[in-house]
Structure formats: structure tokens, C-alpha cells
Design a protein around this ligand. Sequence first.
Ligand code: SF4
Ligand code: SF4
Ligand code: SF4
Length: 286
Amino acid sequence: MRCAFFVRFPEVHTVKKYTAPLVMLAIFETVAVTLWLTKNNIFYLFNFSYIGCSIALGMFLYIRKYKYARRVVQLLVGLYMLIYLGLICRENMQIEGFWYYLFTGVFEAATIHYAVAKIFGPLVFGRGWCGYACWTAMVLDFLPYKVPQQPRKKLGWIRYITFAMSLVFVAALFLAHVGNMERIMFWAFIIGNVLYYAVGIILAYAFKDNRAFCKYICPITVFLKPMSYFALMRIQCDKEKCISCGKCKRVCPMNVDVTDNSRKRENGTECILCMECRNHCPKGAL
Ligand code: SF4
Ligand code: SF4
Ligand code: SF4
């Protein structure tokens, strides 16, 4: 006879399965609480808790094999940054905003955002920002060329020009002692985003590649690429299982040679952790 008070505890492997989203949530909550208490500003608690919950939800959905898990995170975080932080709170979260707050010596939203997502964070999660949070790529990923239709071009040098232009623009405003900088930064955010979307969409169609803007133009990659070279989180290939079918490279939006486990692998610092290679590998080698 079965005991009436029999309790079924969750099986250990079920708990283990969801360790990654729980750890991610714990990391973001630690950042949220630390910044809230040290900066005495509850906004940080809300901000990092929201982002942590969004990412953890995406990881949970991915584990549950939901096809659009990454897109859900991208929309939750990207729209929050663009509409709430950018348009409603009037924080310039683009690179010009980073320079602006850096020059004023204010360690606030944009500088913290860059430090966490784009400068030091990539040492842990590589270019996860580009795969799961960027509001520019959030739109570009809706375009039809999810897999590049043409070979990669040698145009990556353009990113250094756009990077320098953003720095010179903000430095010039400071040197000229221009007034009402907050207002200028807000409009720089609006105009900058419109330009990014316009150039990104035109390039995607011209090169038949949704991520052409990311590969050749985006100034933020000047921070992201060197830091993500050392990333702890990387896609690794199990050589014992791999049959060299080449499918992973064919579906990769960033042209990464993911079968090479070395840090110097072709386009290794371009990996956005989108998991397309892993989803398509017929041998489960990734
Ligand atoms: S490369 Fe730039 S535009 Fe592309 S996803 Fe990363 S931050 Fe966004
Ligand atoms: S898809 Fe899988 S099996 Fe094919 S080359 Fe890539 S890692 Fe190897
Ligand atoms: S397909 Fe794989 S190697 Fe390419 S960007 Fe996505 S996760 Fe990285």
C-alpha cells in the first residue's frame, strides 16, 4: 500500500538541469543588490534584477527547447534599454553616452552598463550582449539573411573610424564648452539609433547578411572583440564526435570556425553565443 504522506522531491537531475539560469540570476542579483546599496539608488536593484530575470528566462526556455528563446531575451532586454532607459529616462546608452559620462567623471547608468556588458563582462560571457541584448541587432535579426549569403568582406577597419568619430564628437563638445549637454546627448541617442538602423538595414540587404553592421561598422566591437578573446564561456567542439560535416560553419551568422577549439580560431571574437551551430550539429559535438 502507498503511504498517504508520500512526498515526491524533485529529482536531482531536474535541479541540475536548471543550474545555469539559476547561477546567472544569482550573479545579476548580486550586482543589483551591491550597486543598490553602494550607490544608494534603488534603480540598480530594479535594472539588474529585470535584466537577470530576462536572461534566466531565456536560458530556461532554451533548456526547454523553445525555438525563439534567444529572441525573447533580445526583445525583453533590447526594448527595455531602447524605450525605457533611452527614450523615457533619456539616458544615452550608446557609445557617445559612455564617453560623455566618462568625461564628466560620473559612474552612472551608461558607464556601469558599458563596464558590465561590454568591457569586463565579456571576459566571462564573451559577446553575449550581441546575441541577447543589443537593441540594434534586435531589429537586424528580423531581416531575411540570418545566414550570410556571401563571403565575409575585409571591411572590419571601418569600426575604428566610427569608434574614433564617436570619441571626437563628444570630446569636441567638451572642448567647445557647449551648454545643455544632457539635451544634446538625448538627441545624439535618437539620431545615432536612426543612423544605426538605417545603415544596418541597408548593409544587410547589400551584403545579404543581417549582421553586416556588426561585422564592419559597430564601434562597440572595439571593446568587445579583445575582451571576448579571453571569454570563459565559449562553444567548444568535441573532436571525438565531430564528423567534419561543416554544418556549424554554414549556419553561423558570424562566420566562426567553431570546430577549432583554440582562442585564435577564425573569427573567434565574433561569436555571439547564439547557439545556432549547436542546434544544427547532427552529432551533438558542440
Ligand atoms: S556588434 Fe554592435 S550592433 Fe552588433 S550586436 Fe554587438 S553591440 Fe549590437
Ligand atoms: S556540425 Fe557538428 S559534426 Fe558537423 S562539423 Fe560542426 S561540430 Fe562537427
Ligand atoms: S553559430 Fe555558434 S559559433 Fe556562430 S556565433 Fe552562434 S554560437 Fe557562435
